[in-house]
Design a protein around this ligand. Structure first.
Ligand code: PLP
Length: 407
């Protein structure tokens, strides 16, 4: 089996992640911070340590400013709905995932929040001049994806952060695809809210994620309830992280996430970044040898150009189409006949596909992990190249005829 769907969720995880989760389930199991007994205290320590590990990875001084959530979607909803009020304006990019666009469109409809979507310019994934021109006295928030989950292209978040600061506007980043993949330090680059997911490059299990909240940023909590603290009061505690973390947490998941982040800290984020960059470059170079392929993103630059211009402009995600072949059919056959996992279609990001001109058909997405290899990439490319030759001989139905028409 070859797994190339790490932008959906990473697989496999480091061994230590499985062991941490099994250890919690078999040997600890207590409800963190709820009781005074040994197992409850052990559980609370696991959560504390995971928070500390994340604070170290993101170079955040006060770990209590990292709130655990069920995923990036919940973190984004907390930031967006916790901040925006009727009449506010929000500016965002044309590459956002639905976990940003849907809460924004809901607020637009329900409470008349005004949403402005800024297209890319010739040289950047977002037109920074247009973005600045669109700031008014009602603009409360700029929100941007860090790396597109369709193309892997990075947004110029440092430049956006500067513009937000200049105009005294909050800046929120959706780092679902970059937390754990690239160095990312919100306190260095003026990010007020950083949403991340635990189950992708951070190597945690599904059902984990979080939100970094900068000092003095006040959000309305999405929920209220038991926190194990201040139990004598019926009002929600006002201190972090309890203000935003009501209800028994996903301790087994957070145990796994803590171990995933520890793995990254021990390997080193620079080493992980370098290896994934090598693999992505290798993948791009190999894909370019396929007849009729169109690779999207980074202004369609081939690998050697997209990575040689200094700085980072891509994560380990590559989206493409092959002339006359449907991405969903290729993905299905790769899975069923060749045991290679990829993701076709729209990737929950219709806005990005409209921007790229690939809506509604979408693209085939290959997303690499630190654990993928050059041999696996060779296998994929060889399979794609043989694909048409093999299948053309076996055309049986009209839909096959369309799908496998020669290029
Ligand atoms: C860019 C981006 N934002 C947000 C999300 C949502 O993450 P989650 O499913 O963990 O809520 C994803 C998931 O694919 C994503 O790629």
């Amino acid at each position: 089996m070859i797994y190339f769907d790490n932008a959906a969720t990473s697989f496999p995880k480091p061994e230590t992640v499985y062991r941490a989760m099994e250890n919690f389930m078999k040997n600890i199991g207590g409800n963190p911070g709820r009781s005074g007994h040994r197992l409850s205290i052990e559980s609370a320590k696991i959560i504390y340590q995971a928070r500390k590990n994340l604070a170290k990875l993101f170079k955040v001084k006060d770990s209590s400013r990292i709130i655990f959530t069920a995923n990036a979607t919940e973190a984004l909803n907390l930031g967006i709905k916790g901040l925006l009020e009727p009449g506010d304006e929000v500016i965002t990019s044309a590459f956002e995932h639905n976990s940003v666009m849907r809460p924004l469109r809901t607020l637009e409809k329900e409470v008349k929040v005004k949403v402005k979507v800024i297209p890319p310019s010739k040289s950047e994934t977002v037109d920074l001049e247009k973005l600045e021109e669109n700031i008014t006295k009602h603009t409360k928030l700029i929100i941007s994806i860090h790396a597109s989950n369709v193309t892997g292209d990075l947004m110029p978040i440092e430049k956006i952060g500067k513009i937000a600061k200049k105009h005294n506007v909050y800046f929120m980043v959706d780092a679902a695809q970059t937390a754990g993949a690239l160095p990312l330090y919100p306190e260095k680059i003026g990010i007020d809210l950083l949403a991340f997911t635990g189950h992708k490059a951070l190597f945690g299990p599904q059902g984990t994620g979080g939100l970094y909240i900068k000092e003095r940023v006040e959000l309305k909590p999405l929920k209220q309830g038991g926190t194990g603290s201040n139990s004598e009061f019926e009002e929600q505690p006002d201190f972090l992280p309890d203000k935003y973390e009501s209800g028994t947490p996903n301790t087994v998941g957070i145990a796994g996430l803590g171990a995933g982040v520890k793995f990254i800290l021990e390997e080193g984020i620079e080493k992980i970044k370098k290896r994934k960059k090598e693999l992505t470059e290798y993948l791009l170079t190999k894909l370019e040898t396929i007849k009729g392929i169109k690779i999207y993103g980074n202004k369609n630059l081939p690998a050697h150009r997209s990575f040689s211009e200094g700085g980072e402009n891509k994560t380990s995600i590559v989206s493409f189409n092959i002339k006359n072949l449907s991405s969903s059919k290729i993905s299905q056959i790769l899975s069923e006949k060749h045991d290679i996992m990829t993701r076709p279609g729209l990737h929950c990001a219709p806005a990005a596909h409209k921007t790229l001109g690939t809506f509604p058909e979408g693209t085939l997405r290959i997303s690499l992990s630190y654990f993928n290899t050059e041999q696996e990439i060779n296998q994929l490319v060889k399979t794609l190249k043989n694909f048409q030759i093999e299948r053309c001989k076996q055309i049986k139905t009209d839909s096959d005829r369309y799908l496998f028409a020669s290029i």
